[in-house]
Design a protein around this ligand. Structure first.
Ligand SMILES: [Zn+2]
Length: 228
């Protein structure tokens, strides 16, 4: 079974880029963990350099990766430039990349652009976490945190992004993507289930926005489709 190492950029005392109170370290952790969850649903093993808001040096991150043999290393980040001037997705591989790293970077880039982000292309960089890791390594900058449009996409398409990044990784691993199935309503032993609604919407996008809001507030939310 495939084993991956996920790295969520920044954390703890290092907030990463900040814009209007929004911190890169939180976005990278939340989205990365959602991708890890999707992959685990497919039987892929995912180790994470952090699972909480914790300070970690770049060396601690690569040291952790060096301890085991991984199929891929993926570092999640968000970009920043000058407020409201740049936007889009950039995916990086090391300067002397392997074909595997390039293959994964291309797939992640293409999928995220498909969600509606501007394509800033796959690039090479001499970043610590790309250079000092042993597995084929990719670093993805998921939109600009100092761009309102990118943040809007990040929030409203949060679930979609987790899904398409997972799809890109699974495609690279040669594992088929399985749609998430809703558990059938329980009718046995006269059990009554009380479901909590937080709105009904005729436009799916509005429902996705609501789910993203609820998730951000710490609620376990999902879209259920009703055909009246
Ligand atoms: Zn960063």
């Amino acid at each position: 079974m495939a084993r991956l190492c996920f790295d969520y950029g920044h954390g703890g005392e290092d907030p990463g880029a900040i814009y209007k109170g929004r911190c890169e370290k939180d976005d990278t952790l939340n989205l990365g963990r959602a991708v890890a969850k999707e992959l685990r649903r497919h039987g892929v093993l995912v180790d994470e350099t952090r699972t909480t808001d914790k300070t970690l040096s770049l060396k601690e991150r690569s040291d952790m990766e060096n301890k085991k043999k991984y199929d891929y290393f993926i570092s999640f980040h968000r970009n920043a430039f000058k407020p409201e001037t740049a936007q889009g997705i950039e995916t990086f591989t090391y300067t002397s990349q392997t074909a595997k790293a390039k293959g994964l970077a291309d797939k992640i880039q293409k999928e995220l652009v498909g969600v509606g982000f501007k394509d800033r292309s796959v690039k090479k960089a001499n970043f610590h976490v790309l250079r000092e890791t042993k597995a084929p390594a990719v670093l993805v900058e998921i939109g600009f945190i100092d761009n309102t449009k990118d943040n809007g996409l990040f929030d409203s398409k949060f679930d979609k992004m987790a899904e398409v990044i997972s799809k890109a990784i699974l495609l690279q691993l040669g594992v088929g993507y399985k749609e998430e199935t809703q558990p059938p309503p329980s009718t046995s032993n006269n059990q009554t289930l009380y479901r909590v609604m937080a709105g009904s919407y005729s436009v799916r996008e509005n429902a996705e926005t609501q789910v993203a809001k609820l998730k951000k507030a710490g609620f376990d939310a999902a879209i259920m489709i009703f055909k009246p």
